[in-house]
Each structure stands twice: as structure tokens, then as C-alpha cells.
Design a binder for this molecule. Structure first.
Ligand SMILES: *Cc1c(COP(=O)(O)O)cnc(C)c1O
Length: 432
């Protein structure tokens, strides 16, 4: 019997897996075009024709809106800025509560704090890991001003139920679709599954421009308010004779550069082909992983398209009688790093994030100043352990995710991934 690599045996493969390399000649040409123009950003933070940015930014916004079937797209410098912008546009402010997921990147929960509102955590669904609409309903109070619902790992959030809740209580929904460009629920693409959708163009996402984000919406007023917040609203509203609500019209500089926009335009053209290859790789892996009874492969809600930012799998520890962490570490030890991400180890790990309410920010309730603002405006906040049992269980013992299906991975590479699961399962006694 082969000794497991985690116990000093030989790894199944040492040579790195191929990179997820999405930047090519097209992006290079686009970047050079902008560099040669000498205009790396064209925004002016006052009321002027250039208030809306340069040609590349505005072209990206047109391309993005058309591709995702939204009326308006607003380019910003990150998804994080985009979430803050969207909350500001919705008039969120001190004393308000925003329902969020505990199982996401930190900003999906912390964004409300920037407008003096607080996050209220609702638990996630056991199958899609997105916010559970049943749990969301339980968290609604007269103070609830918005919901940030994350289409996590590439699976669309439960948009039909969220819409029902949104209509019934008149609470707008922001969809954080950083991980789900091209995902679909019925005939609607992610981004359109709430009142505003926010994408990310960060280096680690399906397509990227280094850093960047895009907000989409069909609401003209919200689009205008996002554009104002993006670019120094306070310095602009008089000049443009803005007649909307003055609330939250203190702006930021969330502007995207021409360079990023030009690169993002080329990336968008590649998105669909990249998604196809990613999905094909997942299908191949699943056809071979299906035989492992201790793995529970991700299920899609009916009518949904999953775009697998992460291939998220649940681990049934009773079958092998080994904890998930030990199992996943053993698989990880058999596999190589991935080119462009050398030093990170194999791109597979257990648990995803610790439920966000357990971060010290929420445990200590210190955000701005030393008095606990804005948490101290509420006496009904609960950030204690046990709050979201599904998210806690996923983190502690059930969930693991990997990125070993990115385009560039060939059948022979995917076979190594499957072989690692087999080798560990066959030699699981070494882990006990
Ligand atoms: C990456 C990510 C973000 C943050 O995106 P940035 O563009 O890096 O600010 C937010 N939410 C989710 C779900 C993400 O995956």
C-alpha cells in the first residue's frame, strides 16, 4: 500500500497544476492602447462632462449592462466599494439593520457599518450555502432597511423567495454576485436577482482587471445615486442640480481607472467560454467523484445555472470515521501547487470562512470610535456562537471547497485530483 503524503509518503504529483491564466494578448493590447493615450483616468470630481469617467469606463459600463441584461451599470474600484455605494444609494443609515450572510467574504457583512447601520446575520441553506429565506424572515424588524444576499460559490441566491420577502416587507435586496458572473436563476442572470447587483473584478474572480467592481440596477434613481457616491457627491450635487434625496450624499472616490476598464472589457468577452470550460471540468470531476459515498456533491436549485467559483462539497465524516480537516489535509498533501499561485499549496481547503459574526469586530462591537458606534444604537443584536448553526456546521465539520477545476486544467490533471481522493480513501486507516 502506498503511504500517504501527509505521513511522509510520495505525493501523487509534484509538478504544479496549470495556472488559471486569463490575461492574454487582447488585454495587453487594450492596456497598451490606454497607456499610449496618456489618459489613465478621466474622471473629474465636479459637475462636468467627465464626471461619469472616460471612454473606457463608459464603454465597459455599456458592455456590462448589455451582457447582463441590466439597464444601468456603474463601474467602481472594487465589489467592496460597490456594496457600500449600493447601501448608500438605498438611504441606509444610523439605526438601520441590514440582514446579511455569515458565510461570505467579510465585506458582505461589514458594508452596512460604513453608513452607521449594523449587520444582522441570518443562517444559510444547507444545500446552496446562500442565505436561507426562512431564516431571513425571522430576522426582519421595523429597523430592517436592506438585505445583502450573496450568490455564494457561483450559485444564485434564492431569488424568488427573496423577491417575495422584498415585496412583502418593502425591503430592497442587494445581490452580492462577486462569485457568480454568468450564474442564472430561471431566465435571469445573477446581478438581476435583486434591486442592485454587485460584481467583483478582483484578481481572484472568474474574470478580473486586478481590482474593480461593477454595480448593476434597473432603477435610474439608484444608478444616479451610485454614480454620485462613486465620485464626490458633495462637490457635484449643486452643479448638476440634483433634486433627489440628500441622504448619504457625502461621496467617496470609488472610481475605476481607464486601464482597468479597458482590461475588463476584454475579459468580459472571454467570460462565457471560460465558464463553459469550468463547468465541463466540474462535470468531469463529478462523474468520477460520485462513487465516493462520503462526498455530497453540490446540488443546484431547479432552473439554476451554477458557475463554480468554488466547487463546494460536503463531507460525511461518519463514513470514513475521520474528521474532515484531517481528510482534506491528506488530499491536499497529495496534490501540487498551481502555477501563478505557487506557495499556497493545492487549492483545496476545509470550512471556508469562520461565520463572520465570530470576528472580533462583532464580538467586541468596536467599529468607529471607542463607544461601540453604531452597534450601541441597538439593543437586540446577537452575535453569539450558535447563532447560525448551519454556517457553523459547514465551517467546523462538513464543508470543503476547491478550485481544481479552473480552465487550463486538463483531463489528466483532473484525474490526479480524483486519484488523490481515492488514495486517501483507500488508506484512510493511516489517518485514524
Ligand atoms: C471577492 C468578494 C468580495 C469582495 O470583492 P472585492 O472586489 O475584492 O472588493 C465580496 N463578496 C464576495 C462574495 C466575494 O467573493
Amino acid at each position: 500500500m502506498a503511504r500517504l503524503a501527509i505521513n511522509g509518503g510520495e505525493k501523487l504529483r509534484a509538478a504544479p497544476f496549470p495556472a488559471y491564466a486569463v490575461i492574454g494578448k487582447e488585454e495587453e493590447d487594450a492596456a497598451v492602447r490606454v497607456l499610449r493615450s496618456g489618459v489613465l483616468s478621466k474622471f473629474l470630481g465636479c459637475w462636468d462632462a467627465d464626471f461619469f469617467g472616460g471612454n473606457e469606463v463608459q464603454s465597459l459600463e455599456r458592455d456590462w449592462a448589455a451582457h447582463f441584461g441590466a439597464k444601468y451599470a456603474i463601474a467602481v474600484n472594487s465589489n467592496s466599494s460597490g456594496l457600500i455605494c449600493a447601501l448608500g444609494a438605498l438611504n441606509v443609515g444610523p439605526g438601520d439593520q441590514v440582514i446579511v450572510s455569515p458565510y461570505s467574504m467579510s465585506i458582505s457583512a461589514s458594508a452596512p457599518l460604513f453608513y452607521g447601520a449594523v449587520p444582522v446575520f441570518a443562517d444559510i441553506e444547507d444545500e446552496t450555502f446562500c442565505l436561507d429565506p426562512v431564516q431571513v424572515r425571522r430576522k426582519i424588524t421595523s429597523k430592517t432597511k436592506a438585505i445583502i444576499s450573496v450568490s455564494i460559490f457561483g450559485h444564485p441566491h434564492h431569488s424568488a423567495e427573496m423577491k417575495r420577502i422584498s415585496d412583502e416587507f418593502r425591503i430592497p435586496v442587494i445581490e452580492d454576485c462577486a462569485q457568480a458572473p454568468g450564474a442564472r436563476d430561471g431566465d435571469k442572470l445573477a446581478g438581476n436577482l435583486g434591486d442592485l447587483g454587485v460584481f467583483s473584478l478582483n484578481y481572484h474572480k472568474h474574470i478580473h482587471s486586478g481590482e474593480g467592481g461593477i454595480i448593476v440596477t434597473n432603477d435610474e434613481n439608484l444608478a444616479t445615486r451610485c454614480r454620485l457616491i462613486r465620485n464626490h457627491a458633495e462637490a457635484v450635487v449643486d452643479g448638476m442640480a440634483y433634486t433627489g434625496s440628500p441622504v448619504n450624499m457625502v461621496g467617496y472616490n470609488f472610481r475605476m481607472t481607464e486601464l482597468e476598464a479597458a482590461i475588463a472589457r476584454e475579459q468580459l468577452k472571454k467570460l462565457d467560454a471560460l465558464l463553459d470550460e469550468r463547468i465541463r471540468n466540474v462535470e468531469y470531476l463529478e462523474s468520477r467523484l460520485r462513487d465516493f459515498t462520503f462526498l455530497h456533491l453540490p446540488r443546484k436549485r431547479q432552473g439554476c445555472k451554477h458557475v463554480y467559483y468554488v466547487h463546494g462539497i460536503k463531507y460525511e465524516h461518519t463514513v470514513l470515521d475521520v474528521h474532515r480537516d484531517r481528510f482534506v489535509e491528506a488530499v491536499r498533501a497529495e496534490l501540487p501547487d498551481t502555477e501563478l499561485r505557487l506557495g499556497e499549496g493545492a487549492l483545496i481547503s476545509g470550512g471556508y470562512v469562520r461565520p463572520l459574526y465570530l470576528q472580533s469586530l462583532y464580538q467586541r462591537k468596536i467599529a468607529f470610535g471607542g463607544d461601540g458606534y453604531p452597534f450601541n444604537l441597538h439593543d437586540d443584536l446577537n452575535y453569539s456562537k450558535g447563532l447560525c448553526p448551519v454556517a457553523e456546521r459547514m465551517h467546523e465539520s462538513e464543508f470543503f471547497g476547491h478550485e481544481l477545476m479552473t480552465p487550463g486544467m486538463k483531463t489528466e490533471d483532473l484525474d490526479v485530483v480524483v486519484a488523490a481522493f481515492s488514495k486517501v480513501a483507500d488508506n484512510v486507516n493511516e489517518l485514524r
